[in-house]
Design a protein around this ligand. Sequence first.
Ligand code: SF4
Ligand code: SF4
Length: 512
Amino acid sequence: MSEGAPTYDLGKLHGGLRLPAEKQASTSRPILIAPVPAQLVLPLVQHVGQAAEPVVGIGERVLRGQLVADTHGSLGAPVHASSSGRVAAVEPWPVARRHGQTAPCIVIECDGLDQAIDTTEILVDYRELDPVSLRQKILQGGIVGLGGAVFPTAQKLMQAATLPLEYLILNGVECEPYISCDDMLMREYAADVVGGAQVLMHALELPKCLVVVESDKPAAIAALAHALGDIQDPRVTLKQVPTIYPSGGEDQLVQLVTNREVPSGGLPSDVGCVVQNVGTAAAVQNWIARGEPLISRVTTVTGDGVASPLNVLVRLGTTVAEIVALAGGYTERAQQLVIGGPMTGKSVTTDLVPVVKATNCVLVLSELPAVGDERPCIRCGECAEVCPVQLLPQQIYWHARADNERKLREFGLTDCIECGCCDLVCPSHIPLTADFRRAKARMRELADEKARARRARERFEHRNQRLQDERDKRDSELAARKDAARNAGPDAIAEILDRARHRGESDKDEDS
Ligand code: SF4
Ligand code: SF4
């Protein structure tokens, strides 16, 4: 090993690939701060969980940072206005999550003033809050996992808080080619990253934090080391790891830096760890220290289909078309627009989709990657060699094509992280990951169908039980009345006859 080379004290990561980084073009200049656009389009679903519900009306004036849609207690995250203006509509708009198909969005016509809400009520010293109150406060900031998973951060903390925990792991491992937003964020906002780490540690009463970065990011490492030197917090340690895709996956990262294996179907919290992306930590700090909810993010705009690749700090709700323009616009060869990276991103058919909490990268490619014709599996085993989850992709592939749900579960399809490594090495060009995505979607559908059938059966049984209870009640009342009549004395019989006579007379009166 050469002098000065990083040393690692790491657990074993199975499989994975060393991929070309392709990040030089977008990291050659500082993060550009995008201007506030004339219009913001804010989808009601920018997170895992239920859609947020609008809490503003059409025509209403809103301020930067104002709550515009809330979650009302379900799994989800609130949405805030990214600038000041007037609510123009709540209407369907193309979104990346659905490959450019539409979803409900709040549309705000900006007034150019960028006037913010009053933060005096919001700002508090987080150290004065108990962990439960701090987690509630983080929930109000609309913060979700910015590494791509977009799981609501506060709810992830709340789930984890029920278990014994040891490590907060800040994930600065940005191993997918082309994406460089976390690298640039760590270089330019390192103080926010480590400040956010301290807030998150307080929210979970955690004793240790590992900030994990790949060793090929020297500028980010230097900036983080400087920020850690400033805070002098011995609980927080910087850890370097080699660049192997997909070591930034949550379970893979836990294995790599703690040598603990997350159980199949489990979570990092099952082995005492909570993983948060570095961008999420910076967003938490921005909310807690400055009172600004999640209304902007750093996004990479890159690929050989844009003129000047860069990273841009952009208000959520700005369209992809606008940030591509900031990157010098499309080149003549631009052919494919992908939201996310080349391995896990989604192709979209329009650049009118807005930048949302999940938008880490806008990738414009000049030509579609050449994919050979699919051929039968030759059982070479290459796919199993590279699978970071130690699955047997070739077996899963057979069961996916046969739609055999039981076998798919048995072979661990639900643990597949859809990293795409198996596709990349398959000499038969079998689109394994696409098959696995479809099979997982089918399994979710089946699970939903089963849940719907179970609820319908429960409703039916409940109704039958209610009708039976009513019948039983009527029968027992009738029996009680009969008993009473049988046991009644002469006075009671006279009274019953009298009542019957009166009823007969009043019926006659009504008839006449
Ligand atoms: S896509 Fe799934 S099966 Fe294929 S290598 Fe990745 S985790 Fe393994
Ligand atoms: S890499 Fe492709 S050909 Fe080889 S075993 Fe896996 S699916 Fe079959």
